[in-house]
Design a protein around this ligand. Structure first.
Ligand code: UDP
Ligand code: MN
Length: 246
């Protein structure tokens, strides 16, 4: 009887959206204990996503929350652009905190972007998590992988191998950790924020819940890559075929 894995996926309309969501929904079909929380970056829920979820056979929750435009900041400060998924992940956190009960519901929360590539084994690793589990992520930050670096003697995380600011308190990509639901439900103040410095979302969010010393290294002591930070090329689309949902 495994805890439920709450996989939180922000998603937004572009031509590859249905392809991306199909890829990850079919990965999730291979995971027995998953509850998929899909949050559309939109003022309303779209038929495209609704249809995909209905046809998926998954246990899911369909939400929406539009990223505010911040038009005034746009020219001066394009930094907010890098904060992708903030509004959507916070909406999912709110849903979890309003609909699940500390002590009664058992689970793990994973932030699962719609364009990454996931080996089903990463979800098996999550079943072992007591507080916060971490593992390597392929293809990120200018390296072929980012990974926690373990102390050979203690097996604990002592640092990070990361292409960008390995000195961050937690130099871990969104795809490289999952958090016990008890912690998410206890620290109701823990949210993502546009104020967090670019590239520090993960690090600041994790700081609410744990310390470097307490992290639980998974994926065979961080020697296996079970998730890749892939990015899909934007296709050239010059025409629309009528009557087809693509
Ligand atoms: N996303 C979103 N609205 C946006 C841009 C991105 O909801 O305007 C979602 C996207 O679908 C993905 C997550 O936020 O699930 C992270 O975005 P992206 O993959 O573009 O970020 P990157 O991989 O470049 O850091
Ligand atoms: Mn991405």
């Amino acid at each position: 009887n495994y805890p439920v894995i709450y996989a939180v996926t922000p998603t937004y309309w572009r031509h590859v959206q249905k392809a991306e969501l199909t890829r990850i929904s079919q990965t999730l079909q291979l995971v027995p204990n998953v509850h998929w929380i899909v949050v559309e970056d939109s003022d309303y829920k779209t038929d495209l996503v609704r249809n995909l979820l209905t046809e998926s056979d998954l246990i899911y929750t369909h939400l929406n929350a539009k990223t505010p435009p911040f038009e005034k900041l746009k020219d001066k400060d394009p930094r907010w652009k890098r904060h992708r998924g903030v509004e959507q992940r916070n909406t999912a956190l709110k849903w979890l905190r309003e609909n699940l009960k500390l002590g009664k519901d058992k689970g793990v929360v994973y932030f699962m972007d719609d364009d990454n590539t996931y080996n089903v084994r990463v979800f098996q690793e999550m079943n072992k998590i007591k507080t916060v589990g971490v593992w390597p992520v392929g293809l990120v930050g200018g390296l072929n992988a980012e990974t926690p670096v373990l102390d050979k003697k203690t097996g604990k995380v002592m640092g990070y191998r990361s292409g960008w600011r390995p000195d961050r308190p937690f130099a871990i990509d969104m795809a490289g950790f999952a958090i016990n639901l008890d912690l998410i439900l206890s620290r109701t103040d823990a949210v993502f924020s546009y104020k967090m410095e670019k590239g520090y979302q993960e690090s600041e969010f994790l700081s609410y819940f744990t310390t470097k010393e307490q992290l639980e290294p998974l994926a065979d002591n961080c020697t296996k890559v079970y998730v890749w930070h892939t990015r899909t090329e934007k296709p050239v689309v010059n025409g629309i075929v009528p009557g087809l949902e693509v």
